[in-house]
Design a protein around this ligand. Structure first.
Ligand code: THU
Length: 134
């Protein structure tokens, strides 16, 4: 089982791989699944600005491609002094594969700065259950 330290290290390592020539703001994200595996992703920007993708989206794509579909914990690593919490769209992306209690750790290069649960970042959320409860 991977530790939070390993998850943090995975996010920090992949942040360096980010392709962010436009914003110059590199982000890394690392997901731990219940089986203890780690999947990481970075932001990938594009000259057509709106189609750039977030680090969290890359990590989720890697997880799904490996056949996993539950997020036990996620670390998001951004630049600067302030908290780089997942954007609104990524909160919803995480929501698809997580539970309300799933920890979302927001990190800087020095370590975890603050930990939230998904429910705190995305209260009263819409999810797969809405589509089956009809
Ligand atoms: N970004 C992420 O990758 N994840 C977030 O949660 C916040 C923003 C990226 C998108 C864009 O490439 C850059 O950070 C600046 O917004």
């Amino acid at each position: 089982m991977a530790s939070l330290d390993e998850l943090f290290s995975a996010a920090r390592a992949i942040q360096q791989k980010a392709y962010a020539p436009y914003s110059r703001f590199k982000v890394g994200a690392a997901i731990m699944t219940p089986s203890g595996q780690i999947f990481a992703g970075c932001n990938v920007e594009n000259a057509a600005y709106p189609i750039g993708t977030c680090a969290e989206a890359g990590a989720i794509a890697a997880m799904v491609a490996a056949g996993e579909s539950r997020i036990a914990a996620i670390v998001v690593m951004g630049e600067g002094e302030s908290l780089v919490t997942p954007c609104g769209g990524c909160r919803q992306r995480i929501r698809e594969f997580a539970s309300p209690e799933t920890p979302i750790h927001v990190a800087g290069p020095e370590g975890i700065r603050k930990s939230f649960t998904l429910d705190v970042l995305l209260p009263f959320s819409f999810g797969p259950e809405n589509l089956t409860a009809r």
